[in-house]
Design a protein around this ligand. Structure first.
Ligand code: SF4
Length: 181
């Protein structure tokens, strides 16, 4: 699978980790197809009670990557395995490990990735606070954000997701409060 850009056609791109501070994006000069699509989705607003399929596919790619599907994008450096087998949560947002914070791509239950408005600490594609990558993110080692922005859209469309019907409150899980002393 190629990333669809001219600059990084190598088969095994190297990725660099990002901190939330580094991820505060600005518009880069070259707009990739997926970047343009993700920007449109984020700017359109999210008025429904659950996210649409394409947005969820972008979120799943941002969090889980696609190596498990035969692709070359590793999972996000902030993705954490839950103490509950088979579940994952975001270690970058401070929401902790509990059923309401699990990031799930498939399943019958409404999960965090189904919320129409959802912020990512790294401003990744598919999230409400998505910010396009900075120009230097195209330099090797590239960032995962830049890679996703330039991936062939068919690769995004392949990401398996389910959209549970159950409607939950429109406020996503908040970070846990510090313990009271
Ligand atoms: S929400 Fe953002 S920072 Fe957290 S795991 Fe997903 S992509 Fe990474």
């Amino acid at each position: 699978m190629g990333c669809g850009c001219n600059k990084n056609k190598q088969n095994n791109p190297e990725f660099r980790p990002q901190t939330p501070e580094e991820a505060k994006g600005v518009l880069s000069k070259k707009i990739g197809m997926v970047q343009s699509f993700a920007t449109a989705l984020a700017s359109r607003g999210f008025g429904n009670n659950k996210v649409n399929k394409a947005t969820k596919q972008l979120r799943v790619l941002s969090c889980f990557g696609n190596k498990h599907l035969g692709g070359e994008l590793p999972s996000c450096e902030h993705l954490k395995e839950s103490s509950t087998p088979g579940k994952h949560f975001c270690g970058g947002c401070g929401c902790g490990d509990r059923a309401a914070t699990w990031l799930m791509s498939q399943g019958e239950k409404y999960s965090k990735l189904d919320y129409p408005k959802l912020h990512c600490p790294l401003n990744m594609p598919g999230f409400t606070n998505y910010q396009p990558s900075k120009p230097d993110e195209a330099e090797s080692p590239i960032t995962r954000r830049y890679y996703i922005e330039n991936i062939d859209y068919n690769e995004v469309a392949k990401i398996p997701v389910t959209l549970p019907e159950k409607v939950e409150p429109s406020v996503p899980p908040q970070p846990e409060s510090p313990p009271q002393t």
